[in-house]
Design a protein around this ligand. Structure first.
Ligand code: NDP
Length: 252
């Protein structure tokens, strides 16, 4: 039986770990040719090897998409090499929570540059190619943006992370409306706690606070989110799963 994403090219940012990595593996298993984007080339190569061993197709594109101009270069490279772009998964993100008086402005800028500006720039560069890809093949193209529960509910010490994720949620809904009649579905996924490297970068105080809140919670696995993303993309053209919240069962 033909795989559902056979013939499609998917660009996945943040593909060297966590949700992006699991999503790349899942989309490749469903037949997509996947372009893996993140900074750590060795980690991307490992993911690409794993995909190839399982019979899938992947290509590594190491890049720092928080640098101005790089997202457009990445998209141009994908289109030049793969000749099409059907799916964009904007998963790259960083969470540097902490006391707003203590933490440096540079950490806030880092979050805005990656979580928001890079996501906007990647999407903008991809749009004409997505519109074009939707005219053939599946009859639809997809952008899936990874926001967060933190894009719905703000909390102390997460002010700028909240700001970026609220931004991603709002951007996604506005883009969904704008491109609904051009066969491009724009969806947003808002996970609760997922067991990934995301938590390792933040200040110890913020880490302690989060550990208290999430005490006894069984975190989601990255694969849980990846399966949700694949479900969104593999729906028939008429079905748009615009916004999905996915939480650990025991997180109140
Ligand atoms: P990870 O830290 O495992 O993944 C983050 C990814 O982003 C890595 O692949 C990292 O790769 C990449 N990345 C970081 N900086 C850059 C950059 N400048 N340029 C390109 N890629 C970059 O965390 P998650 O998988 O958890 O995070 C994925 C998304 O999910 C994020 O947007 C996060 O906010 C969101 N999320 C996560 C939740 C969780 O509980 N884990 C909950 C809700 C949302 P590299 O370092 O190689 O560049």
């Amino acid at each position: 039986m033909a795989k559902r994403l056979e013939g499609c090219t998917a660009l996945v940012t943040g593909a060297s770990s966590g949700i992006g990595e699991a999503t790349a593996v899942e989309l490749a298993a469903q037949g997509a040719r996947v372009v893996l984007v993140a900074r750590r080339a060795e980690r991307l190569a490992e993911v690409a090897d794993r995909i190839a061993t399982a019979g899938g197709q992947a290509r590594v594109l190491a890049a720092d998409i928080a640098e101005r101009g790089v997202p457009a270069q990445v998209v141009a490279d994908v289109v030049a090499t793969e000749r099409r772009l059907d799916i964009v998964i904007n998963a790259a993100g960083i969470m540097l929570n902490g006391d707003s008086m203590d933490r440096p402005l540079s950490e806030w800028e880092q979050m805005v540059d990656l979580n928001l500006t890079a996501l906007l720039a990647t999407t903008k560069a991809a749009l004409p190619h997505l519109v074009q890809a939707a005219q053939g093949g599946r009859g639809v193209a997809d952008v899936v943006n990874i926001s967060s529960i933190a894009g719905r509910v703000a909390s102390g010490t997460a002010a700028v992370y909240n700001a970026t994720k609220f931004g991603v949620t709002a951007f996604s809904e506005a883009m969904r409306q704008e491109f609904a009649r051009r066969d491009v579905r724009v969806s947003v996924v808002e996970p609760g706690a997922v067991s990934t490297e995301l938590f390792e970068h933040q200040a110890p105080k913020a880490q302690e606070r989060l550990s208290r809140i999430l005490d006894k919670v069984e975190y989601l696995h990255p694969e849980d989110v990846a399966e949700t993303i694949a479900h969104i993309i593999t729906r028939p053209r008429r079905v748009a799963l615009a916004e999905i919240v996915i939480r650990p069962t025991d997180h109140i």
